[in-house]
Design a protein around this ligand. Structure first.
Ligand code: UD1
Length: 421
């Protein structure tokens, strides 16, 4: 098992370029199943979740080429299988988008329940409720979801989500794109990658409006044609490097970002004492002395993202005074990394949904384990900021979502390397 070795204590300085958004890529790639013809998808991050998805699609009969780095040419016209490889599906969370894509194209699917980061119980009842509202017959066993047409042909329907769910919003959008009639998703999630998926589908000929608001309307179209689309920059990768710059006392220009997507993260880092300057497609983040304590509560977009909870926690651990960090999306997420941070000297008390973090002068190197993707990213930041050497184990989680992490951080002056055990 590989691990990272980090010699901490060097402020990050320089320029870093953010990759394409993981959560958009893992939605757009399955959605190419709906397209009759080749799609050229640009700015695709080379991360393990994307590689797994491409292998699943290839095994189902998709023709996939990589004409250049971060560009995928994908033609799903030849796909006939409605049963993606179960072993691969279980390796990642977002494989659940194959359900919506297969339902939309073939009106049936036999898909294993997804795996991925298990930082909390992650039900998919809202996805299934959406499929049922489109007329699907939904059967769930311990290991599989089976979708088939119900008593009537599949068609557009109205779905009001009981919780704001990114996954359910995406899955229903994909499933409904080719169905006759109009689908309305109420209480929809508004994350940037939902807008990106809608833009991709509309570029290929879909008729989707309202993405980015809490009501998304999908008017079914007969077919989608091939085309070219570039994925948006990754909001969370950008936020992770911003937090790393601040935690190490550095000065970093983060390029290829959409500053508007970063607003909630930017304003918290500013509140904690960092200087943040927005440019058209870049953000400069500069530490200006000891960080100040803050109060953060995670929310669906445009609120502070739960996927940045662990990284901001490291900044809080190094700030003066006592910070409060409340999780309102995945309540058990603290357990993925707080005890690891404590072994590095952080002072964290968890009280239900809230972590009370008393800032400390220093973190110290230790051997720690990543328990999920963002927890792993936070441990890397902690290692970069800490005195001494940190080993981060279980890095396959981190590699799920961060492209060229070592190269990007090394270019900023970090002393980090990947060790193959
Ligand atoms: C997506 C992101 C993930 C992020 C999360 C929250 C992708 C591929 N992953 O995950 O990185 O952490 O959004 O921003 O985009 N829920 C239900 N029933 C459902 C679905 C969700 O109760 O059917 C609950 C969840 O338990 C959670 C909340 O709704 O409490 C939000 O989950 P959701 O937005 O669906 O997360 P994911 O799409 O899995």
């Amino acid at each position: 098992m590989a691990r990272y070795e980090i010699l901490g204590g060097t402020p990050l300085n320089g320029t870093i370029t953010v990759s394409g958004a993981k959560n958009a890529a893992v939605a757009i790639l399955p959605a190419t199943l709906l397209v009759a013809g080749p799609c050229r998808i640009e700015n695709v991050p080379d991360i393990s979740d994307v590689r797994i998805l491409l292998t699943i699609l290839e095994r189902m009969g998709a023709d996939i080429q990589h004409p250049e780095e971060n560009t995928v040419l994908i033609d799903c016209s030849g796909v006939t299988s409605t049963e993606p490889d179960a072993e691969l599906v279980r390796k990642m969370r977002a494989s659940y988008y194959l359900m919506g894509a297969l339902l939309g194209r073939f009106h049936k699917a036999h898909v294993a329940l997804p795996g991925g980061c298990n930082f909390a119980s992650r039900p998919i009842d809202q996805h299934l409720k959406g499929f049922a509202a489109l007329g699907a017959d939904v059967e769930v066993t311990d290991t599989y979801v089976d979708l088939a047409p119900g008593a009537y042909d599949l068609q557009g329907g109205r779905v009001s989500l009981d919780v704001v769910s990114v996954g359910a919003t995406v899955n229903i959008m994909i499933a409904a794109t080719l169905l006759p009639g109009t689908t309305v998703i109420e209480n929809a999630a508004k994350e940037p990658h939902i807008v990106d998926l809608a833009n991709f589908l509309n570029t290929m000929g879909a008729n989707i409006s309202g993405a980015g608001t809490d009501t998304v309307k999908i008017r079914g179209v007969g077919a989608l044609r091939g085309g070219t689309y570039a994925i948006i920059p990754d909001q969370i990768e950008a936020g992770t490097y911003m937090a790393a710059a601040v935690a190490t006392g550095g000065d970093v220009l983060v390029r290829n970002v959409i500053p508007k997507h970063m607003d909630c993260i930017t304003s918290k880092l500013e509140e904690m004492g960092a200087e943040v300057i927005d440019y058209d497609d870049a953000i400069r983040v500069r530490a200006t002395g000891k960080l100040r304590n803050a109060t953060v509560k995670t929310h669906p977009y445009p609120g502070f993202p739960t996927d940045m909870q662990a990284q901001i926690c490291v900044c809080m651990a190094l700030a003066s005074g006592t910070s409060r960090l409340t999780e309102s999306v995945y309540e058990t997420r603290f357990f993925g990394y707080c005890s690891e941070l404590e072994s590095m000297g952080a002072d964290i008390q968890i009280n239900g949904k809230t972590a009370i973090i008393t800032g400390t002068q220093k973190l110290y190197g230790a051997t720690v384990s990543a328990h999920d993707l963002r927890a792993g990213a936070a441990l890397v930041i902690a290692g970069l900021a800490a005195e001494g050497v940190t080993f981060v184990k279980n890095i396959h989680y981190v590699e799920r979502g961060y492209e060229h992490l070592i190269g990007k951080l090394t270019a900023l002056g970090a002393k980090i390397r990947r060790i193959e055990d």
